[in-house]
Design a protein around this ligand. Sequence first.
Ligand SMILES: Nc1ncnc2c1ncn2[C@@H]1O[C@H](COP(=O)(O)OP(=O)(O)OP(=O)(O)O)[C@@H](O)[C@H]1O
Ligand SMILES: [Mg+2]
Length: 233
Amino acid sequence: MKVDELKVYRGLIDNRTLMTLYSLFNKGIISEIIGIIKEGKESGIFLGKDKNGDKIAIKVYRTVASDFKKMWKYLIADNRFSKIRKDKTSIIYSWCLREFRNLSICFNNGVSCPKPIYAKNNVLLMSFIGDDNPAGRMIDTLVGKKEYDFIIKQIAKIAKSGIVHGDLSPYNILMHKKPVIIDFSHGTSIKSIFADEMLKKDIQNINSYFNKLGTSTVDTDRVYEKIITKVKK
Ligand SMILES: Nc1ncnc2c1ncn2[C@@H]1O[C@H](COP(=O)(O)OP(=O)(O)OP(=O)(O)O)[C@@H](O)[C@H]1O
Ligand SMILES: [Mg+2]
């Protein structure tokens, strides 16, 4: 697919985004865009290839139709982004950069998540999760106690890395041999005023999903306390 052909994804790819993608091609960071994997509310994910011909996922954040006010509120509560400007461009670029930073920290601490490759403006490159096809979401897959325990461990690892995912659900977990956590854009510093509330919600979302499946779970408050005491050590 030629970069020009991406113009069909109006509403997702504006002229500035096209320029960003061109620059990533010119730098040799992207060698090919194969097609779209999924168009979501906040972003579109494309399948591409890096300079070695390995598959990569290209996440393009929408520069329109996002709730910028809400994003700004959460960003400035994160000490890493407390000083950002309030215009839409600054907000969306910071949102993308924050996902990149969150992924970098988590990946380096051994969390099961895509490997971040590069971030520029509203475009984030990461390793592709899947084989011939993209991995399915956990919500569409059969899972049980083994996956539950694994995910709770990941939440703890993420917290130990100083981050709270903040949007954890069976929609943001892919199944590729084991659960792989994606979509770290809401991920905030554990020091954010929203961190406690978000951590509890992440645990609660996972607990209610596995409870519905009939998997035995550990009480949300207990998991929360256990994680928090370890983080404070
Ligand atoms: N690294 C990846 N490898 C393979 N597929 C991916 C990858 N990242 C995302 N996807 C696919 O793209 C979808 C959307 O990704 P993500 O959740 O990061 O974006 P989003 O803007 O929150 O989208 P949505 O509105 O659907 O939640 C995922 O559900 C998954 O199917
Ligand atoms: Mg998502």
